[in-house]
Ligand binder design. Structure first.
Ligand SMILES: [Zn+2]
Length: 391
């Protein structure tokens, strides 16, 4: 092999191709000296030396002194695949983008307030712009991005990539976010449900570490669950697995947006809870409307109305989770979302309801814990999934 011929003006493409050859040899053959790399790739010693310097600076390889045939040499070992991954998180009023290294560690993160719900096409355009901006600011070439994963707050059909009909983003029903982002960025994009990604992240580096069978609940406007069985995400045939918000709890309850009555969501969804606040509430009113974190803060300070609302939400969440526990027998149930900030004010009533509603054997090895990754859990999960897809 000779050094790859390049079309004029594509020096950086040539350099990337040569770098790729060096990395491929290290991945295939393990630790090699610079001379061995030059032989295996057909590149000149000077080129290899140059590429090694760049990879070392990027943290892709480690170099140590050794000897080869009695002469001093440098032994080079690959520590991670070069390149970057990108995560995009669509939430109702916000788009976040994170850039990670090829292991999925976050290296940069930015978010903008944006009404994603009203128009999916415009939301995707905005997200693509933000991704390009974050990459540019961090001097990362779009060409070195190997994988992109988008988090969407709704069920996604794994076969078609379409967002399901009932989600926090009604106008996204039937939309294919991965396809739209792929067209914008010119990179292959995967889309995944936000609760699934949050489950993946908590299991990898948060409250689910060490557990193989994990259910991760996320409460927000609705409530969803990411289910991991034997370390794998369980999506179901059409991506609807884990939509526990529509477990029917009360046949005479409120009509839910899904058309059924008394769904779990009507007991724990943010708007339902905020509507229950009494007129002369002790919840501090900021410049904007009262939100769930305000109610949680008031409850933690002892406001009786907020405590009551959160306790009842905990009971309903426990009733729904009891059904999930009987079906899947998880070893850990993680509660994420803003409501989880209430800690035991939410988890204690939840635990009691689960004891009443599940088989003893389903709870024997079950730990109920708050999430550890907070509002960025889905973003971390998207980075993790993107890193798993790096070839
Ligand atoms: Zn419903």
């Amino acid at each position: 092999m000779t050094e790859a011929a390049a079309t004029p003006g594509s020096q950086s493409a040539l350099r990337q191709a040569n770098e790729r050859r060096v990395v491929d040899v290290l991945r295939r053959d393990g630790t090699r000296t610079q001379a061995e790399l030059a032989r295996a790739t057909g590149l000149s010693a000077a080129s290899v030396s140059n590429i090694v310097r760049g990879l070392r600076a990027a943290g892709t390889i480690v170099v140590r002194d050794t000897s080869s045939n009695g002469r001093r040499a440098k032994a080079i070992t690959l520590v991670r695949t070069p390149g970057s991954v990108v995560a995009v998180d669509f939430a109702a009023g916000r788009v976040s983008v994170a850039v990670g290294d090829s292991d999925g560690n976050m290296v940069a993160r930015e978010e903008i307030d944006y009404d994603v719900a009203s128009d999916p096409e415009r939301g995707v355009r905005r997200a693509a712009w933000l991704a390009e901006t974050v990459l540019l600011r961090n001097r990362i070439n779009l060409g070195s991005v190997s994988s992109v994963v988008a988090s969407v707050p709704g069920p996604i059909d794994p076969g078609t990539g379409e967002v399901g009909g009932i989600s926090c983003l009604p106008r996204w029903a039937g939309f294919r976010p991965a396809k739209a982002l792929t067209e914008r960025l010119g990179l292959e994009v995967l889309a995944e449900n936000d609760a699934n990604l949050a489950a993946l992240a908590e299991q990898h580096r948060g409250a689910g570490v060490g557990a193989e069978h994990v259910v991760h609940l996320v409460t927000s406007d609705g409530v969803g669950a990411g289910i991991m069985m034997a370390g794998q995400l369980f999506r179901g045939a059409g991506g609807t697995a884990g939509e526990i918000g529509h477990i029917a709890l009360d046949p005479r309850g409120h009509v839910c947006r899904c058309g059924n009555r008394g769904c779990l969501e009507t007991f724990v969804g943010a708007n339902y809870l905020l509507d229950m606040l009494p007129q002369n509430t002790g919840v501090a009113r900021g410049p904007g409307p009262v939100r769930i974190p305000d109610m949680v803060a008031a409850a933690l300070e002892g406001d009786p109305g907020s405590r009551r609302i959160i306790a009842e939400a905990g009971t309903a969440l426990g009733q729904g989770t009891a059904i999930v526990a009987n079906l899947f027998n998880p070893e850990r149930v993680i509660v994420g979302g803003e409501l989880a900030g209430a800690g035991d004010l939410l988890l204690d009533p939840m635990r009691r309801a689960m004891e009443l509603g599940s088989l003893g054997s389903a709870l024997e090895r079950l730990e109920l814990v708050p999430g550890e990754l907070g509002g960025d859990a889905s973003l971390y999960g998207a980075l993790r999934m993107a890193a798993q897809h790096v070839g």
